[in-house]
Design a binder for this molecule. Structure first.
Ligand code: NAX
Ligand code: ATP
Ligand code: MG
Length: 357
C-alpha cells in the first residue's frame, strides 16, 4: 500500500514556532518567511467564488465536463475528478478511460457517462505498425465526436504512463486546442506534458495543476534548476512565462497560481489530513469554474481586466472551495477523513458562500 507522507507534523511545528516567536517577520524561520515573502497577492477566494458561480437559470444549456483518465491501476482518480465536477455544478460529466477501467468507474456512480475507448500497449502488442495507427485513429475519433460538446477537459487523473496511451492523449490535446476547449492537466497528464512542453506551450486555455513532485519535475525540465522556496512566487511566474503564459496552480500548504504575469495565493481554510485524491477534486473544480469564468468573459457587460483571466479565476475559485470542503470534512471526520468525505462537503461549502436561492 502506498501511504502519502503527512506534512502536518512539520506544519504544526512551524505554526508553533510562528506563535512563540515575537511576531517580527525577520525572526521567522527561513521556510515560513519564504512562503510569506514570495511576491504573490492573497486572492479573495470567496469573492471570486461569488463572482464566477452562475445563478441557477433554467434557460442555461447543459454544461459538460470530461475527464481523460482511468486505466488498470487507477480508477479512483478519474472518478473523483468527474464526480466533483458534477457536485460543483457541471450538468453532465464524462470519463474517457481504458476498457478495463470503465466497468469499475461505471459501478461507482450511474451519474457519470463512461467511454471505454483508451487502449494500452499490452492490448495491441501483437499488432503491426499500420494496425496500431488504425487503433490510434479510432481512439482519437471516439473522443473527437464529443469534443464540441465539452466546456472543459481534465486530462490526466489516473491516466497511467503507458506510451501508446499517452501518444493518443497527446493527439487529444491537439484536438482540444483546435476546438478551443480549455483543459486542466493533472497527474499523469503532467508527466506527458513535462516531457513534451509544446503540447501546452502558449495555449492560454491550459491550466497545469502540479503537486510537489510534479512541480519539481516541471521546474527541472523547463527552467533547468531546482525548486526555489525562497522565491516561490517569482519562480512560478517565470515557469508559467516560459511555457508561453499557461496558467499553473502549484498545490501545497498555500496554493500559488500564476499565468506568467500575476501571482495569486490561496491559503484560507484547508485540512491537515493529506489523503490521496484531493488533487483530483481540485482538477474537476478548476474545469467547472474555468468554464463558468470563460462564459462571464464573453458577457459584453463585463469588463475583464488582465488579472481576471478565466483560468486564474477558475483556479482561485476551485482552490478556495476544495480547501473549505476539506476543512469542513475534517471537522466531521477528523483523522478518518477521506476524499469521498470531502466530495460530500462540496455542496454545503459552495452553498455557504453562494446560496442557490
Ligand atoms: N485513488 C486513485 O486512483 C488515485 C490515483 N491517483 C493517480 O495516481 C497517479 C500518480 O499520482 P501521484 O500523485 O502519486 O504521482 P507522483 O508523481 O507524485 O508520484 C507517483 C509515483 O511515481 C513514481 N515516479 C516518479 N517519476 C516516475 C517516472 N518517470 N516513471 C515512473 N514512475 C515515476 C514516484 O516515485 C511515485 O512513487 C496519477 O495518475 C494520479 O492521478 C492520485 O490522484 C491519488 C488517488
Ligand atoms: N500541506 C497542505 N496543507 C493544507 N492543504 C494542502 C496541503 N497540501 C495540499 N493542500 C491542498 O490540497 C490540494 C491537493 O493538493 P495535493 O498536493 O494533495 O495534490 P495531489 O498530490 O495531486 O493529490 P492527489 O492525491 O489527488 O493526486 C491543494 O490544492 C491544496 O489546496
Ligand atoms: Mg495528483
Amino acid at each position: 500500500m502506498l501511504v502519502k507522507h503527512s506534512s502536518s507534523t512539520v506544519l504544526r511545528r512551524q505554526q508553533f514556532l510562528v506563535r512563540t516567536l515575537c511576531g517580527s517577520r525577520t525572526h521567522l524561520p527561513k521556510l515560513i518567511r519564504a512562503t510569506m515573502s514570495s511576491k504573490s497577492e492573497a486572492a479573495d477566494a470567496e469573492s471570486v467564488l461569488r463572482t464566477v458561480t452562475p445563478s441557477l437559470d433554467p434557460k442555461r444549456h447543459k454544461g459538460q465536463a470530461a475527464v481523460i483518465g482511468g486505466c488498470r491501476e487507477y480508477t479512483g482518480a478519474p472518478y473523483f475528478a468527474a464526480i466533483s465536477a458534477l457536485k460543483i455544478g457541471a450538468d453532465l460529466s464524462h470519463v474517457f478511460c481504458t476498457k478495463d477501467a470503465a466497468p469499475v468507474i461505471k459501478s461507482y456512480s450511474p451519474e457519470l457517462i463512461v467511454h471505454p475507448v483508451l487502449e494500452e500497449s499490452y492490448t495491441i502488442s501483437q499488432f503491426s505498425e499500420e494496425e496500431k495507427r488504425k487503433v490510434e485513429d479510432k481512439v482519437i475519433g471516439e473522443v473527437d465526436k464529443w469534443m464540441e460538446r465539452f466546456d472543459c477537459l481534465v486530462i490526466g487523473p489516473g491516466l497511467g504512463r503507458d506510451p501508446f496511451l499517452l501518444e493518443c492523449v497527446s493527439k487529444i490535446m491537439l484536438l482540444a486546442k483546435k476546438s478551443n476547449v480549455p483543459f486542466v492537466v493533472d497527474g499523469d497528464g503532467l508527466f506527458l506534458v513535462t516531457n513534451s512542453i509544446d503540447l501546452v506551450k502558449s495555449y492560454p486555455l491550459a491550466v497545469l495543476t502540479p503537486n510537489v513532485n510534479e512541480y519539481k519535475r516541471l521546474v527541472q525540465k523547463v527552467l533547468n534548476c531546482e525548486v526555489d522556496e525562497e522565491n516561490a512566487g517569482d519562480q512560478l511566474r517565470s515557469l508559467a512565462k516560459q511555457i508561453g503564459g499557461v496558467t499553473i496552480l502549484r498545490k501545497g500548504k498555500t496554493d500559488l497560481i500564476s499565468n506568467g504575469e500575476i501571482v495569486k495565493s490561496v491559503s484560507i481554510y484547508g485540512s491537515p489530513r493529506r489523503c490521496g485524491g484531493q488533487g483530483d477534486i481540485l482538477s474537476g473544480g478548476v474545469a467547472v469554474f474555468l468554464s463558468w469564468a470563460q462564459q462571464l468573459k464573453s458577457d459584453p457587460e463585463r469588463n475583464f481586466s488582465p488579472s481576471e483571466s478565466p483560468a486564474i479565476l477558475g483556479c482561485i475559485a476551485a482552490s478556495g472551495l476544495l480547501r473549505k470542503a476539506a476543512a469542513l470534512a475534517f471537522t466531521k471526520h477528523k483523522r478518518s477523513t477521506l476524499t469521498s468525505d470531502i466530495i460530500e462537503c462540496l455542496g454545503e461549502s459552495l452553498e455557504d458562500i453562494c446560496p442557490a436561492s
